[in-house]
Design a protein around this ligand. Sequence first.
Ligand code: HDE
Length: 751
Amino acid sequence: GQQLAAQMPFNPNKAGEHGSAATTPQPGATHAPSIPAATASTSTETIASAKVGSGVPPVGVDPIAGPLDRVRADASGQRLTTNQGVPIADNQNSLKIGLRGPTALEDFILREKITHFDHERIPERVVHARGSAAHGYFEAYQDCSELTRAAPLAQAGKRTPVFARFSTVVGERGSADTVRDVRGFAVKFYTDEGNWDIVGNNMPVFFIQDAIKFPDLVHAVKPESHHQMPQASSAHDTYWDFASLMPETTHMLMWQMSDRAIPRSYRTMQGFGVHTFRLVNAAGESRFCKFHWNPVQGTHSLVWDEAAKIIGADPDFHRRDLWEAIEAGEFPQWELCLQVFTEEQAAAFEFDVLDATKLVPEEMAPLMPVGKMVLNRNPDNFFAETEQVAFCSAHVVPGIDFSNDPLLQGRNHSYLDTQISRLGGPNFHEIPINSPIAPVHNNQRDGIHRQAIHRGRVNYEPNSLGGGCPFQAGMQGFTSFPERSAEDKVRGKPEMFADHYSQARMFWNSQTAPEQAHIAAAFRFELTRVQTPAVRERVVATLVNVNPVLAAAVAHGLGIDVPAPLPLATNRPIPEFKPSAALSLLARPGNTGIHTRKVAILVAAGVDGVGVRAIYASLLADGAVPRVVGTHLGKVKTADGGSLDVEISLEAGPSVLYDAVVVPDGEMAVNAMSGDANALDFVRQQYRHCKPIMVVGAGAALLQAAGVPATLPDGSADTALVSADSEALPKALAAFKQALAGHRSFARETD
Ligand code: HDE
């Protein structure tokens, strides 16, 4: 076959038509050099079978790069052509009847170019429109075949390529990153048994219990239909009207109003599959499972005032952060943990595991780390990859199966369905980013934009004319777990679904004091924006059922009395859950130290240049990202007569874009900055947002000029405010780095 294919004419733009010849790069073909040369010349088939299927590809090699190479375009050294490959002589001028005359309809070059442009946009995702994605791999820690047949978990060290997309839910495609919202956390595994998607969020529960309510939820939270406001925000009447009339949202509201909704980075979020899934092993035995992704970088969130300001300072804050970290070789990693429990255990829980508004506390079923995901390559093209990727909760592989969670069952329909209008037809699985590495053979045919050219006349099964191929895989293939069921067909939900508050209470009780304060402030903010008093009151009446302190704090913020609690929807005894430390964001500091933390070093003429260089080098050596920030670009004169290059100005790089600040020594510089509103705001905001600050020598005067307190509000020492004179610099730097690794000093907060 290969010989035959090699003799065939080869059209590099239609590689898919030419069998295995198409998978071997042509002599002289230039590909984006995103993978090591050794693999760039390996055929897709070899990569798919040898590298993905059976074990461990060489370190740094990404098998998905091979298949994608086939469609990568590289115009370097090439002449400009039409879509038909016709060379274009003049791309500046349309064809006219006389230089000042009308344009000729004959100008096919003009018409083709404009027509294509007219159709460049596709509909954005109905939810999760704004997102960013990256390639990487999943590496299994161990053989999990006792639990599941799932291919990526088949053996220790096995690597499976992945593509992960993070997103906000409510905002449009061009909206800002740091809005208060749930974040999507979707991972596509290109396994050797087909594609498996975990389409999760950064919160482990959801707003509603049944898919039939999803359009109502989304209509309520999206910009209001008469005037399309507000953008990318839940702080408006229709959302809270709906939420307060659906008390099942309460637990999720607690998460949504927590700092989880304003992550510092996509890299510092947890991910959750949310629903109960099934693991099925080769013997057909099944256990329930929840999927958790825990960031090796630790969890870390913004504070609200900072998040709101970043929307203006850099609307691409999260997108840029992910992109830059990967470009810098700081590959973000997450551990995949399975939370496994049996049907018998589930039956004994005081909640229903089919209810997506409930989580399984880690104390009731521990997490088992089974592998890690490493994101190590940015996409080549946003549209081709990040925009066109199509995730689907129903994309499972042998070894993974669904539970009867009515939300999940509805999702399994929705995702494929929505792609048909978003990506324009039923063949979206052939778009390179969506096509599996595992071979695809079936009798599905035709449809808009079909890429594959199926040979022969057999497009049905069973057949004898095609030798019975493609044949059913039998027990090798996907088999649904034969769950027993003999029930009436009804519309309704189990009684246990009616407890809406016990886990919301558990969440509240599991938060640290600053986290609780942030939740109360978030409710206050959102409900202050709500204009209908009855809606505000109904939300507070819901919160009374969660915690009276929370309800009182929110009521106070709204200037209302605490209303009577909303009636409970069940007579069943309400379970009491113990606080779970794992539910606090502060429980996972991470182990990457100060890597990728951005530190501003404020400079002006007369700054201590030697000190700045030493601090810069020391931060850089430990993996942080220092930046010299001054009033304007160019050089500043240093105290010793030398000069420093300013990397960004105070205007373009305001405080909120940095995790910490250093004010170096140099009296003249500090005097100048003490009269500069941008510099004063910079240190004030660093302080207000609880970020580590280091002042050296005269630098302390800038804090005084800005009115930054020298101690914590209770009078005790502020360990995140490090003061050094130039002699003690190494010691001060060590203390500063420690504070930086610990993120923030919430004890300062007076918001
Ligand atoms: Fe989604 N959701 N969803 N969702 N969802 C979509 O699919 C839907 C739900 C999630 O980066 C859509 O391709 C229904 C829960 C993510 O491309 C759509 C229900 C969770 C993404 C859809 C839910 C999610 C989506 C829109 C309730 C966390 C973005 C575009 C029954 C476990 C994936 C698209 C990406 C996207 C439907 C609820 C996560 C319309 C009907 C619960 C991360 O199909």
